[in-house]
Design a protein. Structure first.
Length: 383
């Protein structure tokens, strides 16, 4: 085995590779930051930090010397004005005078108008101090609010004229006689218009009078003429008699009649009571219904829960049920076993809640001697 040779060859290869490629994997060193620092001693730092000293001010005031006036300088000599050079004379030209043309005489010079110097203005006396009343500015008339807006404001129509959208001229009589007289249209004024929309917020209170005048007293109404006395007619005998106030007995009779009609409308199965017995009130009927409903058990999952039965029974004066008087009058919503189950549930509810008799008024026994109750799973009613 040449294991040693392999190990030696691998080591030499690694050494040669590191020698040739080792520098490629080295990273460049980071640049170093250098800052220049100056050393300062404590005395130098104190001298730099110390505040500047204010200059000393002498308390005395030095007097300034007044400068002596300078001597007057001699005036400069003005140079003499030189005479202007002589102007050469123009050459003379021979003018041939024409016999026909003669020189026109020179026009006389108009004298300049004399300017009159104005005399000194007379001194005006200062006005005396006096109070002057200035005219008061009247407030600007507020435009009257109108329902229609038009470019040209139209005056309000007179009270006797009708309001029309367009002005209608009054009809003038025709000189020719018409066969049939036509009705003359009434003069109508155009509807009142304003050039701008006037709102309530723009109403200025300045135009209203500060105080209203007291209205004039109305003239006394003339006394009516005395009418001759006429004999009483039969109309006085037909005057309605004054209504008699209702007494307590009348109110009780009215209430009994209303209760009787209500009882007949609600309780059709009851026996006809005598006229003197008052009917059951709504509160007494509801008390009996609630008492029976508290003992009524409905099986929601059975078919009997959809059956409505009408149960009839006779009552004793003490509020108990007469034995054997419970009977089924009618049933709706089922048949056979379901109706029998619903009837037995209603029968048990009446007997279970009896407990010595229902609380019913004995004086109204004639109204609850025969009772019919409707056992409806949605709503139980008492007939």
């Amino acid at each position: 085995m040449h294991v040693g040779h392999y190990i030696s060859g691998a080591g030499h290869l690694l050494l040669l590779g590191w020698a040739f490629l080792g520098g490629a994997f080295e990273s460049e060193p980071l640049p170093m930051e250098v800052a220049e620092v100056t050393l300062v001693s404590g005395e130098d730092y104190a001298a730099l930090v110390a505040p500047e000293t204010t200059p000393e001010v002498s308390p005395g005031v030095t007097e300034l010397e007044t400068p002596s006036p300078a001597p007057d300088a001699p005036a400069p000599e003005t140079p003499e004005a030189e005479a202007p050079p002589p102007r050469p004379a123009p050459p003379e030209t021979a003018a041939e005078p024409s016999p026909d043309e003669t020189p026109a005489p020179p026009e006389p010079l108009t004298p300049a108008p004399e300017v009159a110097t104005p005399d000194a203005a007379p001194e005006l006396a200062p006005p005396a101090d006096s109070a002057v009343l200035l005219p008061e500015d009247s407030p600007r008339p507020q435009p009257r609010p109108a329902d229609r807006v038009a470019p040209t404001p139209a005056p309000p129509p007179p009270p006797e004229a009708e309001t029309a959208p367009d002005p209608v001229p009054s009809a003038e009589p025709s000189p020719e006689a018409a066969p049939e007289p036509e009705p003359t249209p009434e003069a109508a004024a155009p509807e009142e218009a304003a050039p701008e929309i006037v709102t309530e917020a723009e109403d200025s209170p300045g135009g209203a009078p500060l105080a209203s005048l007291r209205p004039q007293t109305r003239p006394a109404r003339p006394a009516p003429a005395a009418q001759p006395a006429t004999p009483e007619t039969a109309e006085a005998d037909e005057a309605p008699e004054p209504e008699r106030p209702l007494t307590e007995a009348d109110r009780e009779a009215t209430q009994e009649a209303v209760d009787q009609l209500l009882s007949e409308a609600l309780g059709g199965g009851e026996s006809a009571p005598s006229a003197g017995a008052p009917p059951l009130s709504l509160g007494e009927r509801d008390a009996l219904r609630v008492a029976v409903q508290n003992c009524w058990v409905v099986d929601v999952g059975s078919q009997a829960a959809n059956v409505t039965v009408v149960l009839g029974m006779e009552m004793n004066p003490d509020g108990t049920v007469v034995d054997g008087s419970l009977n089924l009058i009618s049933a709706e919503g089922g048949s056979g076993r379901a109706v029998e189950t619903a009837f037995q549930a209603a029968r048990r509810a009446v007997l279970r809640c009896e407990q010595g008799g229902y609380d019913l008024p004995e004086e109204k026994y004639e109204h609850w001697q025969r009772i019919e109750m409707v056992f409806d799973p949605s709503e139980m009613r008492l007939r």
